[in-house]
Design a binder for this molecule. Structure first.
Ligand code: BG6
Length: 480
């Protein structure tokens, strides 16, 4: 793919996000093309072009992108500009024009804020005040999650953004939307009418979305202890997945048509009943053979922290399609396995026609499992009769695996960066989506709940299973 020539300005280029994700993604996107994509790293650190190129080479080496071409690319296309901790961005504006002249660029610019959320507003203000929200070409602003801590701060952030940038210039990244399997949800639903015809309350009994991580909080305790599972995962990644599962058919596949439908889903979700929320916090335990320390003992976490590292929530949608179908979201750190799955459990047959020889009526629901990571694929569980006269049925998966069909899957950041440059906002979160999601979760994040303890290496607190209701014995996604 050939990218439109542009200047890619990363504000916060000495941070982890740039070195681990953005730089390797940009390098991979431009590796096979001659187009002029020039990177300007910007930060308060005392670096220059040369030292920035040297650290970038090491970062690329760590990411597996090495070789003479890569070294030359760093020398030819990477620049660095130190910005003041206090003060304006006028020197940055001058440097941008200088680099564009040097490389013969026509003023197409991406500003990527790879910064701690607390400094988003000030960085956006300074870009705007320095006249950098407009350029002779196009200018686009990329912001990483979290977009605010609750409804009020999300609104404030949106208003700072809109003071300087038009919404059509803004790309709010939720990296889950860049995952190939997540994008395929829409294709799966809207190009296979056989499923879409059953995608409603007449056929579906319940929907579960689980994002389980097998790592603890690691070195991110400082950030995580203020965020917790609701802010870090539920409000954004899991809720985005829900909107894609639940949305109506868009009028077209254009960005705003899709985002309009996602917003309608968010608006249809009933206010959350606190009894439908189970929070947890991991204690010491083993994941495989590795001993994981308790969350409260992690670096930069308060010794008496009540931050939830696990959350399970039941949501009900007041919509024609989904009335009476509960949606369950569940996520946790330090869980038994890493898996992201959506399970759509279909209704049982209305009467019981098939009886086993000894076990009476055979109760069964077909379940569609969409595994988003790892082992990306689909599997539809159906019942078949065992051969012979045992009278038994067996649940058999009809299975599709991405890796068997296609081999490697592109990294989410590559997809998203290419979309920013091509001006496609479909996979980015619009301001009203952010605010609607916060409207839903703000009462919950602001209510103090005591998290249930669970051992690292488990599927979270037992209480989460009770959320499913008296008739359901276990989660269809990663059973406890
Ligand atoms: C990030 C969260 O947005 O997503 C992290 O801040 C989490 O806490 C990560 O670990 C999960 O992303 P992935 O792509 O590894 O599932």
């Amino acid at each position: 793919m050939s990218l439109t020539p542009h200047l890619f300005v990363v504000v916060g280029a000495t941070g982890d996000l740039f070195s681990r994700k953005l730089l390797p993604a940009i390098r991979s996107l431009v590796a096979d093309q001659d187009s002029q994509v020039v990177v300007l790293g910007v930060a308060t650190g005392d670096l220059n072009d040369e030292s920035f190129r040297a650290t970038s080479r090491l970062d690329l080496e760590a990411a597996g992108a090495t070789g003479p071409d890569t070294d030359k690319w760093c020398d030819d296309f990477l620049h660095y500009e130190q910005i003041p901790k206090e003060g304006d961005y006028s020197a940055l504006a001058d440097r941008i024009e200088e680099i564009e002249r040097e490389h013969g660029l026509s003023g197409n610019r991406v500003f990527y804020l790879a910064l701690p959320p607390s400094v988003f507003p000030i960085a956006i203000e300074r870009l705007g005040e320095a006249g950098l929200a407009q350029s002779p070409g196009w200018t686009r602003l990329v912001i990483e999650k979290p977009f605010g801590r609750e409804l009020e701060s999300a609104r404030e952030l949106n208003s700072v953004v809109h003071r300087h940038f038009d919404e059509s210039q803004v790309y709010r990244i939720d990296h889950y939307l860049g995952k190939e399997t997540v994008q395929n949800l829409l294709v799966f639903r809207f190009t296979n009418p056989i499923f879409e015809a059953s995608w409603n309350r007449d056929r579906v009994e319940r929907v579960e979305i689980t994002v389980a991580e097998s790592l603890g909080v690691g070195e991110r305790g400082g950030y995580y202890d203020r965020a917790g599972a609701l802010r870090d995962m539920i409000q954004n990644h899991l809720t985005q997945l829900l909107t894609l599962v639940a949305m109506e058919t868009p009028v077209t596949f254009a960005a705003d048509a899709i985002r309009d439908e996602k917003v309608k889903v968010l608006r249809s979700i009933r206010g959350i009943n606190p009894d439908d929320v189970v929070l947890g916090q991991y204690g010491e335990g083993r994941i495989g053979t590795e001993l994981i320390g308790a969350y409260r003992d992690a670096a930069d976490v308060a010794a008496d922290s009540d931050t939830a590292t696990f959350a399970a929530i039941r949501l009900d949608l007041d919509s024609w399609r989904w009335q009476g179908v509960p949606f369950f979201l569940r996520t946790g750190k330090a869980m038994k396995e890493r898996t992201t799955q959506i399970a759509v459990t279909f209704r049982r047959p209305p009467i019981c026609l098939i009886h086993g020889k000894s076990d009476g009526c055979i109760e069964h629901s077909d379940v569609l499992h969409l595994t988003l990571q790892p082992d990306e694929g689909f599997s539809l569980e159906i019942e078949v009769k065992e051969p012979g006269d045992s009278g038994r049925l067996r649940t058999i998966p009809l299975h599709f695996s991405y890796s068997e069909a296609f081999g490697d899957i592109p990294e989410a950041y590559e997809t998203l960066l290419a979309d920013v440059v091509e001006g496609d906002q479909t996979l980015f979160v619009r301001s009203d989506e952010v605010e609607e999601a916060w409207r839903l979760y703000t009462p919950i994040v602001e209510t103090p709940f005591g998290p249930h303890p669970y051992p690292a290496g488990s599927w979270g607190p037992e209480a989460a299973r009770d959320l499913l209701g008296p008739d359901v014995t276990n989660w269809a996604t990663a059973p406890q």
